[in-house]
Design a protein around this ligand. Structure first.
Ligand code: SF4
Length: 414
């Protein structure tokens, strides 16, 4: 099949991996990447259905691309929204799109999907343009978090084999691999044998210099894994906390409370005082009281986490939380989020300021832009460096300025 394609990706890093694999398949079928949407024969929107805002953005993107695509091209909607609302979307977009296809269905030009099962996880993917890349090690999730609908349409966890993960990494020629899954710390639990995130991390660390783990469910963060990551070249911990109030976490059907989380953070800092933390919190989950909010505020202030994302709770149908009483009003949730965001911006800026004068190792992502272990690509800040530093190489530079989330660094020591 010849022709050109354009893929627009919304949502999280896991979706980016799916898009790259889709691109890999289209390449194998003889298609090439179009120079613009207007020139593409096939336009694909890989949607996100995580929260209400993400769904709206996905729908707006479909309509926007429909406006600009060329006459005679095919517009295909795939991803989480397609999976979750397949037939409804098909009806809603009947006049605008050519096909709505869920995961596991091939996206092809001028051919409507015919094969019902398609293993997106093990598809080939094209070489990355970046020195870093996401590698999805499992699909689905076995947890039952009250706010989350992902298990209902992504299904139970299916871990990939170590061999298939290794093959994918070898084919990508990367300096940094970022392992992702819905519940990364549970990698391997769905299969018999010794598959575990701990062993996988060790294996991948022998292949590439930097390995980063995203989305670690806190109860699965074992001491040996903490030790391993804290003493690695990337002591970066993306802890999936969601809240810190024990009673609210129970309503979320999740593990933990502020004292347990503080102990985890203390243990990590005991192993490596420079370790960096990222986490996300949901604000305004049904039943969140002023006391819960105060507890979260205190926790953030006391633990000085480097990077925090805040999301206002979004009521999703077919979730446990949708039926809970004591829904928090949107106005109050936004107010709480605003307060926390302002406080966190101050903490992040302070932690970035403290790096001025430090020599740090960076990986140059593109001309003039790099990252140290402290920054996850496309999620945290960047380190601006002189443009003569070669893309795709590591360099040691000196931080001379901090501008909120970003750092400015000069000079090349080695
Ligand atoms: S761990 Fe919880 S929030 Fe994450 S995908 Fe699984 S059910 Fe959803």
């Amino acid at each position: 099949m010849s022709g050109s394609y354009w893929i627009e990706t919304l949502g999280c890093p896991k979706n980016e991996v799916d898009s790259e694999k889709l691109a890999g398949t289209l390449h194998e079928e003889g298609m090439t990447l179009a120079t613009s949407i207007e020139k593409a024969d096939l336009v694909v929107v890989n949607t996100c259905a995580f929260i209400e805002d993400a769904k709206e953005e996905s729908i707006e993107t479909v309509y926007a691309l429909n406006e600009v695509r060329r006459e005679g091209s095919d517009l295909v909607v795939t991803g989480c929204m397609a999976e979750r609302y397949g037939s409804e979307l098909q009806k809603a977009f009947a006049d605008d799109v050519d096909a709505v296809v869920g995961f596991g269905v091939p996206v092809t030009l001028k051919e409507k999907p015919t094969i019902p099962k398609f293993d997106l996880l093990n598809l080939p993917r094209p070489k990355s343009d970046n020195p870093w890349g996401y590698v999805k090690v499992a699909e689905g999730c076995d947890r039952i978090c009250g706010f989350c609908s992902i298990p209902s349409f992504r299904g139970h966890q299916r871990s990939r084999t170590v061999d298939s993960i290794k093959q994918e990494i070898e084919s990508m020629n990367l300096q940094e691999v970022i392992l992702v899954a819905q519940d990364l710390a549970s990698y391997g639990r769905d299969v018999k044998g010794d598959l575990s995130i701990h062993n996988l991390y060790k294996t991948v660390s022998e292949m590439v210099r930097w390995v980063r783990l995203l989305y670690l469910y806190p109860s699965s963060l074992t001491k040996p894994l903490i030790e391993l990551v804290a003493n690695s070249p990337v002591p970066y911990f993306d802890l999936s906390l969601q809240h810190v109030s024990g009673s609210l976490l129970k309503r979320m059907r999740r593990w933990g409370d502020s004292s347990r989380f503080t102990k985890i953070i203390e243990e990590i800092r005991r192993q490596n005082s420079e370790a960096v933390f990222r986490t996300n919190f949901i604000i305004g989950y049904p039943g969140e009281t002023e006391e819960d909010h105060d507890e979260l505020t205190r926790f953030i202030e006391e633990n000085q986490i480097d990077w925090c994302g805040f999301f206002v709770y979004s009521r999703e149908e077919n979730t446990f939380a949708a039926s809970l009483d004591n829904q928090v009003t949107a106005g109050l949730a936004r107010e709480r989020m605003q307060e926390l965001t302002e406080m966190q911006d101050g903490i992040t800026a302070q932690r970035r300021d403290s790096l001025i004068g430090e020599q740090i190792e960076v990986l140059v992502d593109s001309s003039g832009s790099s990252r140290s272990f402290r920054e996850s690509p496309e999620i945290d800040g960047v380190v601006l460096v002189p443009e003569h530093l070669k893309v795709g190489t590591f360099s040691t530079v000196t931080v001379v300025e901090a501008t909120g989330t970003d750092l400015v660094a000069m000079g090349r020591i080695s």
